[in-house]
Write a protein that binds this ligand. Structure first.
Ligand SMILES: CC(C)(COP(=O)(O)OP(=O)(O)OC[C@H]1O[C@@H](n2cnc3c(N)ncnc32)[C@H](O)[C@@H]1OP(=O)(O)O)[C@@H](O)C(=O)NCCC(=O)NCCS
Length: 197
């Protein structure tokens, strides 16, 4: 896929919209119990198709600027996972999130692109606050949320069936004013727009 489809970039990564052609990749990702342990468990192909149609493709039109995007390695074009900035289901709260295939983990990729997504949310979308949540045992995800500047603010439970079975989840938030002030104090922390025009 050409760079023209990448709408947000970081040093090593880029984001692009999902298309219907990504169903094989997504169904494969959701068939892996290790990957989906903290994502509500494996999904069969039918459930993956429904997720792609409703939660990803329709959502782009329903909520311009927000969504779930494919995370791609710029050097190779490989699909590494996804990053998201979207509504927690059944809520008006906007969350940041990420999932990577196993071979892409441990290289700082989740953190690198999550920082770019957070900056996009605060600078370009002017969101006042962004949240994050993770299963209590999902230490890697919690660590990434902390590294990008979110603050742990206890636990929360959500009634939507996708989360209800999880019970209390580790809850993180970050206010735009504080995050932007903190980034401005860091030498080398880029606040400019990394969107591809
Ligand atoms: C969460 C996830 C995206 C992290 O991807 P990643 O590219 O490995 O993340 P990064 O390399 O940017 O950072 C991971 C951090 O977590 C730490 N970490 C990883 N596993 C950990 C564990 N079991 N306990 C504590 N810390 C852990 C790493 O050491 C690193 O922190 P450091 O830089 O301070 O050393 C990846 O593990 C994943 O896809 N998990 C499955 C899906 C998922 O749970 N998504 C989140 C849903 S809320």
């Amino acid at each position: 896929m050409s760079g023209a489809h990448y709408w947000l970039t970081s040093d090593r990564l880029a984001l692009r919209r999902f298309t219907p052609d990504d169903i094989d990749w997504l169904a494969n990702l959701y068939s892996d119990p290790d990957v989906t342990r903290y994502l509500g468990g494996v999904k069969d192909r039918t459930k993956s198709e429904e997720f792609l149609r409703t939660r990803i493709l329709h959502y782009y039109d329903e909520h311009p600027g927000l969504g779930i995007w494919m995370t791609v390695e710029r050097d190779t074009g490989a699909c590494l996972g996804y990053h998201l900035l979207n509504h927690i289901r059944g809520e008006s709260i906007i969350q940041i999130g990420f999932t990577l295939v196993k071979s892409a983990r441990g290289k700082g990729f989740a953190t690198e692109m999550a920082l770019a997504v957070l900056r996009y949310g605060f600078v370009d979308l002017k969101l006042p606050r962004i949240a994050g949540m993770a299963s209590l045992q999902n230490y890697a995800s919690q660590r990434v949320l902390l590294k990008i500047g979110l603050e742990r603010r206890g636990e929360r439970t959500f009634p939507h069936p996708d989360y209800a079975s999880e019970g209390p989840m580790a809850w993180f938030e970050c206010d735009a004013v504080e995050w932007l002030a903190d980034r401005a104090r860091r030498p080398g922390a880029e606040l400019s727009d990394s969107r591809v025009q």
